[in-house]
Design a protein around this ligand. Structure first.
Ligand code: SF4
Ligand code: SF4
Length: 451
């Protein structure tokens, strides 16, 4: 497995498996932050640019990009094992499989407690209300629910970080709330392990290296696709002992729909907007940088189409998942058996510290050097053809220009300039062959002939 160009401690959940990668560039073209290059016939990820959105993984035709998860054995090192289950997990199962069977199967593999995360959205809402009424957050206030969006704003739209609402996402709020509650019931904190079943890579990354907090309250993450397949096998083979209910005190239709598109924005005061899908969000944020849109009060931005129903680790069809969750929401009248007790936990625990930008736009930490590099990059852009053919192994001419000033590529990587250099006898055919091999691999001709 290969991952290159470390970005000073930010954890990423996606890894390219060299042995599987065929260097087809699908991932490179799909990446919204131009974080991928092809070198030696394999994709590599520039970590400082990656926001863990999972678009590359969805685009890969040979499943060469893997999403990590914690070792399942880790869970058994905790005597008390709490699973945090988001609604979209339930929504993937066919309607004939009810939540009691799903939770029963989870108990059968060793979870001692099962909690529906979305039962805490009223606590999240209280924190939102406090934060958006204060002066820490600029208008429009941007939801911090989707960690891929938080990272996107940090790296690509650093001027917008002060619009982010500094409230932890429901998974963290649920972990904090239930940890406090269980400790209050006498559980030993050292024996308590809280595990989150995640629909996406971004949430794994945000738990491993949180933004705006030193440490996540979640102890481990479980890949939702893995858990879905495991439980489905158990349920189909009728290995579930008894149906079980989760702790879903306070779960309402609002909570069930919170992680879907418009799930948050429909409940916020003022003028609200929901945008989903990485390209739509990117386009909107570009606009926001230029025009402010200060008449909008609240912005819900989600990286995936149909929000978490379209997460990269969701096994089912996203539209069917949305339909099932709408049905489930319609069946829940009011909150189930009361609400989470906001008096039982200190609301201050749900806020994030200041979110820092970590702009990928800066070419060097030294301002003067950065200016020099920017000038050189702009000069190079006048020479490069500007057609973004990607034959150089970079996703666009501007990405190649940046790679050149950063010492990661040469002008001769551009096939058009290479042709000119050969014609002017500034480059031999042998050297051109070596350059092309450094991008597309030594066996590139063999691969194209064997197709
Ligand atoms: S996860 Fe998203 S940002 Fe990271 S390399 Fe893949 S497509 Fe690019
Ligand atoms: S929309 Fe949901 S599933 Fe997709 S990246 Fe954001 S949090 Fe993850």
């Amino acid at each position: 497995m290969k991952q290159t160009y470390s970005d000073k401690g930010f954890h990423h959940a996606l890894k390219v498996v060299d042995e599987l990668c065929i260097g087809c560039t699908h991932c490179m073209i799909a990446c919204p932050t131009q974080a991928i290059r092809v070198r030696d016939g394999k994709a590599i990820i520039f970590e400082e640019r990656c926001v863990d959105c999972g678009n590359c993984c969805k685009a890969c035709p040979v499943s060469a990009i893997l999403i990590e998860q914690d070792d399942f054995d880790l869970f058994f090192s905790y005597p008390v094992r709490v699973a945090l289950v988001p609604s979209v997990f339930i929504g993937q199962f066919p309607s004939r499989i009810n939540s009691g069977k799903i939770f029963g199967a989870m108990k059968s593999i060793g979870f001692t407690h099962i909690v529906e995360i979305d039962s805490v959205v009223d606590l999240v809402q209280q924190a939102y209300d406090r934060e958006t009424k204060g002066s820490r957050c600029l208008r429009p206030a941007i939801s911090t629910f989707c960690p891929a969006i938080v990272r996107l704003i940090q790296v690509r739209f650093p001027s917008l970080v002060d619009h982010l609402i500094r409230v932890k996402p429901p998974s963290d709020v649920a972990a904090i709330y239930y940890r406090e509650k269980m400790e209050g019931q006498g559980y030993n904190p050292a024996e308590l392990g809280i595990f989150y079943i995640t629909p996406c890579a971004a949430k794994i990354a945000s738990i491993k290296s949180p933004v705006g907090e030193a440490r996540s309250s979640v102890d481990g993450v479980i890949n939702m696709e893995y858990m879905y397949n495991k439980l489905l096998h158990i349920i189909i083979n009728k290995e579930v002992g008894t149906e079980t209910q989760a702790d879903s005190t306070g779960l309402s239709s609002k909570g069930i729909l919170w992680s879907l598109t418009r799930g948050e924005s429909e409940h916020q005061p003022g003028r609200c907007l929901a945008v989903d899908g990485m390209s739509n969000v990117t386009e909107f944020l570009e606009r926001l940088e230029e025009t402010e849109e200060s008449h909008i009060d609240f912005l819900e931005l989600r990286a995936c189409d149909e929000s978490c129903a379209g997460g990269v680790l969701i096994s089912g069809n996203r539209f069917l998942t949305v339909e099932r969750l709408n049905k489930r929401a319609g069946e829940v009248s009011g909150e189930k058996a009361g609400k989470p007790d906001s008096g039982a936990v200190n609301l201050d625990l749900f806020f994030l510290d200041k979110i820092q930008s970590r702009s990928m736009l800066s070419l060097d930490p030294d301002r003067e050097v950065a200016m020099e590099k920017m000038k050189k990059r702009d000069e190079l852009l006048k020479v490069l053809p500007g057609i973004d053919c990607a034959a150089c192994g970079s996703p666009s001419c501007s990405a190649l220009a940046e790679d050149i000033v950063q010492g990661r590529a040469e002008t001769s990587h551009c096939v058009f300039l290479q042709e000119l250099y050969i014609r002017d006898k500034r480059l031999s055919l042998e050297d051109a062959d070596k350059i092309n091999a450094s991008i597309w691999g030594k066996d590139r001709n063999y691969r194209s002939q064997s197709k």
